[in-house]
Each structure stands twice: as structure tokens, then as C-alpha cells.
Design a protein around this ligand. Structure first.
Ligand code: HEM
Ligand code: HEM
Length: 205
């Protein structure tokens, strides 16, 4: 295991101000779901575009319905988690940034975090509207069909699809920016930023 507290230099471990346990659970469960939903979306979209591509099927067994169901189920799970997470966030502001943080860094961090929250809402909501306007079911892991939003026309569904397919690029850009920011703190600044989103390490801090 990486000795984060001992390895870093600018902050004394005892002074690391962490996100609360619930905030950490919300963060890492959401991040893990996103790293599953996105490739499932790519596979699912490729299956739809080229249903007879045998080369592709050799790598990705299963049916388009299974990938669609996994993508939509996990996507709706993110929507539920993010709604709860935002309510929690409003009631529990995050710990103050270390004093060594510059105004530019703090501004960039806040911008990135709020855009990430925005895309975490826009992606599942646009997906839900898109699927509500289509003939395909929103199957929850093949167990039952999730209710669609009533009254969504095919046209509105198509508009939502444009939002869903375009906003994915904002997801990529801001997740890359976010992870690059964390890596920069870890390897260049060598401060304890990542420790703020990790449990206290027994025997170290
Ligand atoms: C955080 C949540 C979500 C993310 C990050 C996400 C991301 C994506 C991505 C990356 C694609 C592939 C697009 C492409 O290859 O160009 C996709 C496709 C798709 N997503 Fe989502 N999605 C989410 C939630 C949902 C939800 C909740 C639904 C429906 C209930 C949904 C329905 C779809 C559909 C139907 C497609 C295929 C679009 C097509 O190619 O026709 N998504 N999604
Ligand atoms: C390997 C991947 C990731 C790492 C290492 C990581 C790490 C972190 C860290 C260290 C923080 C705290 C920053 C601070 O102290 O100011 C943070 C906050 C945050 N992360 Fe990530 N993250 C990752 C992936 C993601 C993903 C995929 C998303 C969403 C799409 C995400 C969304 C957020 C948000 C919204 C915050 C702000 C939390 C708040 O202040 O309420 N992260 N992340």
C-alpha cells in the first residue's frame, strides 16, 4: 500500500482535513459506476450500429439487450445516488482546502467539481428521456421494466439523444481534467490532496 501520508511533504498528516465517510462512499461508488457505464455505453452503441459485426461479437459476448440493460440500470443508479449526494453535499460543505492552495487552483477545482455534478445529472436524465421516447424497454438487469416518463414523444427522445451523445465529451474532458489535477497534486505538488478523499490510515495518520 502507498504510504501517502509519509511520502508527501507539504502538510503534516494530522492536519489533513478529510471529506466525511458518507462523502467518500458517494464519491468512490459514483466513480466506479462511471468507469463501468461509459464502456458499456460504447459497446451498446457499437452493437446498435453494427449488429452483424462478428469480430466485435467475438470480444463482447452477450446480446445488445444485456448491454443496454446494464448501461441503463447502472445509469439510473447514478441518478439516484447523485440526487442523494447533492442533498448531502448541500447540508455538509466539504472541508476547507489546504492554505497552500492558490486562488487559481481553488477556482479550477470548484469549476471541475460543479461541472462533474452537472454532467452526473445531465447524462442519466437525458438517457432516461431518450429511452422514454423510444420503443425499447428500460430493463432493470432483465428482471423488470422500469417505468418510462409518460408523454415523451419520439422527437423529444431524439433531442435528448443529441444531448446524451454530445454531453459524453464533457464527461471525458472533465474526468480527465479532474484526474490530472489529482495526479498533479500527488506527483508534482506532493501534497495530501488525495488523502482528503481516502480513509484515515491506521498507524500513519
Ligand atoms: C451517468 C450516466 C450515463 C452515462 C455516463 C452514459 C454514457 C453513455 C455513453 C458514453 C454512450 C455511448 C455513446 C456513443 O458511443 O457515442 C451512451 C449511449 C446510450 N445511453 Fe447512456 N449514459 C448514462 C445513462 C443512461 C441512462 C440512464 C439511459 C437510459 C435509461 C441511457 C441510455 C443510453 C442509450 C439508449 C444509448 C445508445 C444511444 C445510441 O447509440 O443510440 N444512458 N451512454
Ligand atoms: C481515479 C479516479 C478519481 C480520483 C483519483 C478522484 C479523486 C478525487 C479527490 C482526491 C477529490 C477531492 C478533491 C478536493 O479535496 O478538493 C475528488 C473530488 C470529487 N470528485 Fe473525484 N476522483 C476520481 C474520479 C471521479 C469521477 C469519475 C467523478 C465523476 C464523474 C468524480 C467526481 C468528483 C466530484 C464531483 C468531486 C467533488 C466532491 C465535492 O466537493 O463535493 N471523481 N475526487
Amino acid at each position: 500500500m502507498v504510504d501517502i501520508a509519509g511520502w508527501t511533504s507539504t502538510l503534516s498528516p494530522a492536519r489533513v482535513r478529510r471529506y466525511g465517510v458518507s462523502a467518500q462512499w458517494f464519491h468512490w461508488v459514483t466513480a466506479a459506476l462511471m468507469f463501468a457505464i461509459i464502456p458499456l455505453g460504447w459497446i451498446f452503441a457499437e452493437f446498435k450500429l453494427a449488429p452483424d459485426n462478428q469480430h466485435f461479437h467475438a470480444y463482447f459476448p452477450g446480446t445488445v439487450a444485456q448491454y443496454a440493460s446494464a448501461h441503463k440500470t447502472l445509469g439510473l443508479t447514478v441518478l439516484a445516488i447523485v440526487a442523494a449526494r447533492l442533498a448531502y453535499r448541500l447540508a455538509n460543505p466539504p472541508p476547507a482546502l489546504p492554505r497552500s492552495t492558490s486562488t487559481l487552483e481553488a477556482g479550477l477545482a470548484h469549476l471541475t467539481h460543479w461541472v462533474l455534478y452537472l454532467v452526473l445529472l445531465v447524462m442519466p436524465i437525458s438517457g432516461y428521456i431518450m429511452s422514454s421516447g423510444s420503443d425499447h424497454p428500460i430493463s432493470i438487469f432483465g428482471l423488470f421494466d422500469f417505468p418510462k416518463i409518460p408523454g415523451v414523444s419520439k422527437t423529444v427522445g431524439t433531442d435528448a439523444a443529441i444531448v446524451h451523445l454530445s454531453a459524453q465529451f464533457a464527461v471525458y474532458a472533465f474526468v480527465v481534467l479532474h484526474v490530472a489535477g489529482v495526479a498533479w497534486h500527488l506527483f508534482v505538488r506532493r501534497d495530501d490532496l488525495i488523502a482528503r478523499m481516502l480513509p484515515r490510515q491506521a498507524g500513519i495518520d
